[in-house]
Design a protein. Sequence first.
Length: 582
Amino acid sequence: MVANAAPRSTEAGAAELRAARAKSRHLYWSVGIFSFFVNALMLTGPLYMLNVYDRVLGSRSVETLIALTVLVVFLFAMMGLLDIVRGRVMGRVGARFQAEMDERVFAASIRGATMPGIQREAQGGLRDLESVQRLIVSPALMSVFDLPFAPLFFLGIFIFHPLMGYLALVGAVILIALAVANQLISRRPLLSANSATMQAEQLGNQIRQEAELILSLGMRKAAFDRWQFARGHSLDASIGASDTTGAFTATIKAVRLLLQSAMLGLGAFLVLQNQLSPGAMIAGSILLGRALAPIEMIVGQAALFQRAREGWRNLTVLLSAVQEGDRRTALPSPKAQLDVEQVSVILPGEQVATLRMISFAVKPGQAVGVIGTSGSGKSTLAKALTGFLTPAAGRIRLDGAALDQYEPDVLGKHIGYLPQRVGLFDGTIKDNIARLSPDPDDAAVVKAAKKAGAHEMILKLPEGYDTKVSANGGRLSGGQIQRIGLARAMYGDPVMLVLDEPNSNLDNDGSVALNNAIKSMKAEGKIVLIMAHRPAAIQECDLLLMIEGGVRRAFGPKDDVLQEMVKNRKAIQKAPGPAGVT
């Protein structure tokens, strides 16, 4: 289970990420060792040039040239092999980090969606994790490993001549200053571009999900205009960020090429002054290019570094807010006894409680109808009863144990839930009824479908239980989707069934099947809670709970509550209105 309140500090989340990264510490060290040899072998080219110009051309020895060339081919082959190996190691480091954090971030993203203040981090949690993983496996991070070896190349240039060394150092200082300025100046544009892109993607996904509604109501042009506005803002922000980083990248590249040419020019001057050999002149230019290459790569991939840093920050916020608690002691299967004790619920992002001080109890074999006007809090109560929303105050107990004493997946096996808006997943009908179980129990799937009155309906489909469906339902009608959702809620014999507007899309046969399902649950000693507007949905209910403005107004036997509602309505109708109007 997870905590409900976000901690003030993000240290807990940062510690989790560092711990996951630390599991590959030995691999990072191995990459560092490989990088040392790769960078040492980078001296092969300059040394080859030095010997060719200063020895081979002077001695005109073909044998020496052949020997040097064979040695250089071998050394470059070793360098390439080590470079491939360290690239593969980093690929596995990135994969290991992501695999280590996938389940944790996935669970935190789901739970964080119900918590105030972190909806944005929860929504982009998996994307943030991917951005960190993408940096780990990128050549840009390899350049960070190469950067500490730049002094080795500067030392080589100093050995050739101090003036060349000082020129190299001045050039490095200039490039580092440009790199720092790039990070400081481009940070805000990159953050703005990432945020705008995410908003455009979210709007695009929402439009695709509501394609049927948009086309049916002639909203395509309006939806496109709204998406295009968001997309345009995203493109403008991206272009601004690209212009900033591109300008720095081009400037650094130009400065690096200028420095290499300046190194050649200085080397030529020193050769003319008999202070340097031609080979050292060429070798110095090559060494300078190699020393400055990591800086150019890091600046060129500034957006990747910035996105990964933002992802890391978002993950620390998310994981700190949704902390992973100790595993709960496994409890026996609960009896059908529900106690709701002074429960108040505050929805994410809200300041005022949607439900306030709700209390009632349900015994085995009872069905409760929850009634009230739209917005009174019925759906909020349904989500709290399933454990999706955590009460800000009070307790919900199943067989005496608070819901947070169960592991979430274990609790889900004891509670069946049919939400107001039923969604299916890509897969077969069997997969959906079996709650996406990798090894579904066919007998349990058929049993749940029969209890929900959906068995005959499913058999009439082209491939029966193996009929493929999509997230938007595909060929299925709203009523068929709702009946499959009811079968899914009843899969695995839950002790409690929570139905939110279960007959909103049902025809007469569907309503009969629903009432029969409620009867069977009651006969088995289970409990059912039905959030309803239609009278047909509460036909099999023994008790009624009336909620008004998030507060319990009445609770008791169905007939008594209905009679009390009629009395109250008559009293309100007889009461004098303003200025004596009745």
